[in-house]
Design a binder for this molecule. Structure first.
Ligand SMILES: [Zn+2]
Ligand SMILES: [Zn+2]
Length: 276
């Protein structure tokens, strides 16, 4: 069986002839765009998310639909097609599907009516004025040892965002909405554990972190080591904080990359701290 011409046309059109993995979404045909006939047998640019054979790339994931139909195909340049088929374990099917979706969203965004995109852009602009977005990593990078007290400001800004702009969410851009939701959720999970208290049988209630201490113009909040080490859960708590920090920073970087690439007109560094 081979990829049906109809499936190929749909795939090619929705991807606007771009490789889903090439940086800056270069055309799959690169310099040779005029010399290649779409209808010829040169289908090497169409990769199967899940291979036809169980022994093929990602074949063990199983697939119940038509393996040669649009849903199971992704448009790739020959270089990336070889990469994903030679190393299927490094490129799982869920990852390939996400890449395909991101590219199609990018095509949509590029063609979208200005009004919808403008709505997202205006909301993001307002948000970035109130969010110290580019400082967030430095604020929590030393966890689980300490963090910057300003880390909690992000939570306040995220609380106020839907109050100030009730129509901003969900964003029209679906991938942006998904990445932003992940960012917010993982932030809440991390900030919650940092502000919570632990009930212990012998010691009563202890807080994970001590009072903030001033260092220059910054306020650091060190781990409450003396009291924490006295309880059995100490290691678990630290590992949990470490895991949540990792998760959060991944989501943060994903969102930042997406914004930089798809919304270059937004200044991620436009935070204006409120002046008293
Ligand atoms: Zn490529
Ligand atoms: Zn293949």
């Amino acid at each position: 069986m081979a990829v049906k011409p109809k499936a190929f046309k749909e795939l090619y059109a929705k991807a606007a002839g771009r490789c889903a993995m090439c940086p800056n979404y270069e055309s799959v045909f690169k310099d040779t765009i005029c010399s290649v006939e779409i209808s010829n047998k040169n289908m090497s640019e169409v990769a199967h998310v899940i291979a036809q054979s169980k022994k093929g790339p990602r074949g063990e994931d199983g697939y119940t639909g038509d393996i040669d139909d649009y849903d199971n195909l992704v448009l790739l340049c020959p270089t990336h097609h070889k990469a994903v088929d030679d190393n299927p374990s490094s490129f799982p099917s869920s990852w390939l599907r996400a890449k395909k979706k991101e590219l199609e969203q990018w095509v949509n965004n590029s063609l979208q009516l200005d009004s919808r995109r403008n709505s997202d852009v205006n909301a993001l602009r307002l948000l970035m004025k109130n969010l110290a977005f580019t400082r967030i990593r430095a604020q929590c990078d030393d966890l689980p040892d300490s963090f910057d007290l300003n880390f909690f400001d992000t939570g306040t800004t995220l609380d106020n965002f839907p109050i100030d702009l009730p129509d901003a969410r969900p964003f029209y851009d679906g991938v942006l909405e998904a990445k932003f939701s992940e960012f917010e959720k993982s932030y809440r999970e991390l900030s919650w554990i940092l502000s919570s208290h632990i009930e212990t049988e012998k010691k009563g209630t202890i807080s994970v972190y001590r009072e903030a201490i001033q260092r220059g113009s910054r306020y650091y909040v060190p781990l409450n080591k003396g009291e924490l080490y006295a309880i059995e859960e100490s290691f678990e708590i630290q590992n949990e904080i470490r895991a949540r920090r990792e998760k959060f920073l991944n989501c943060y970087v994903e969102l930042m990359k997406y914004l930089r690439f798809n919304y270059p007109e937004i200044d991620l560094n436009s935070y204006e701290p409120y002046q008293w």
